[in-house]
Design a protein around this ligand. Structure first.
Ligand code: PEP
Length: 239
């Protein structure tokens, strides 16, 4: 099971103190299958990976530029630079970035460049509330997968994170049956790919979510910033 923490644009150097608690908890968690990945803001990747050198927690980034080498792109960071400071993963296609203008084509270039640099990719997809109401979820996800992963079939290096846009940060989660069906449908398009769920995962709803047996893990935003909540989610998943 994957537990991926997306800190979004939160955190300074003092936030790294919270890792101690999670690390300590993991030492006693006798679950080899638990893969914990923290995706902090880029400014914290280096100090975090140094701090976690002896830990089983891995570090990832939240986005990257599509250009495969250095270049005149003020304010941007590419996948080589992320790898260089200790990232092993990168989130690509997060709905907050899609909403800010990232297209499927751009996302596809980013995925390709990240894989080329040796990063694993957490590829996010998800429908908006409007699309869901129009019963277009399947169609939207198919398109995002088809275009975003065009000419890419590296199932061992890519995790798909299904994150309904209407669920992110709202406290809402899909109905059990809907989620089961959607994950099955994603897995039928991309066989052998691991599929995670993300969107308002918290200690209160994890028991319901964990009972959906085709989910391979969770991408956790808000709740991952609090070590107690993050630990609670992992604990409950295995109870
Ligand atoms: C996210 O932004 O990837 C996410 C899952 O956020 P939250 O858990 O806060 O809904």
């Amino acid at each position: 099971m994957y537990f991926i923490a997306n800190w979004k644009m939160f955190g300074g150097l003092n936030s790294l103190n919270s890792l101690h608690k999670v690390n300590k908890f993991l030492k006693f968690l006798k679950k080899k299958s638990a893969k914990i990945i923290y995706c902090p803001p880029s400014t914290l990747i280096r100090p975090m990976s140094k701090k976690l050198k002896k830990s089983k927690i891995e570090v990832g980034a939240q986005n990257c530029h599509e250009h495969e080498s250095y270049g005149a792109f003020t304010g941007s960071i590419n996948s080589i630079m992320l790898k260089n400071v200790g990232a092993k993963y990168v989130i690509i296609g997060h709905s907050e970035n899609r909403q800010a203008g990232e297209t499927d084509k751009l996302i596809n270039l980013k995925v390709k460049s990240a894989l080329k640099s040796g990063l694993k990719v957490i590829f996010c997809i998800g429908e908006t509330l409007k699309q869901k109401r129009k019963k277009r979820t399947k169609q939207v996800l198919n398109k995002q997968i088809k275009l975003g992963l065009n000419k890419i079939n590296n199932h061992k290096k890519i995790l798909i994170a299904y994150e309904p846009v209407w669920s992110i940060g709202t406290g809402l989660i899909p109905k059990r049956n809907e989620l089961l069906q959607t994950i099955t449908s994603i897995k039928s398009i991309k066989r052998n790919f691991k599929v995670l769920y993300g969107g308002s995962v918290n200690p209160k709803n994890i028991n319901e979510l964990k009972s959906i047996n085709n989910i391979d893990g969770f991408l956790i935003g808000g709740a991952s910033q609090d070590p107690n909540k993050f630990i609670d989610i992992i604990k409950k998943t295995y109870n």
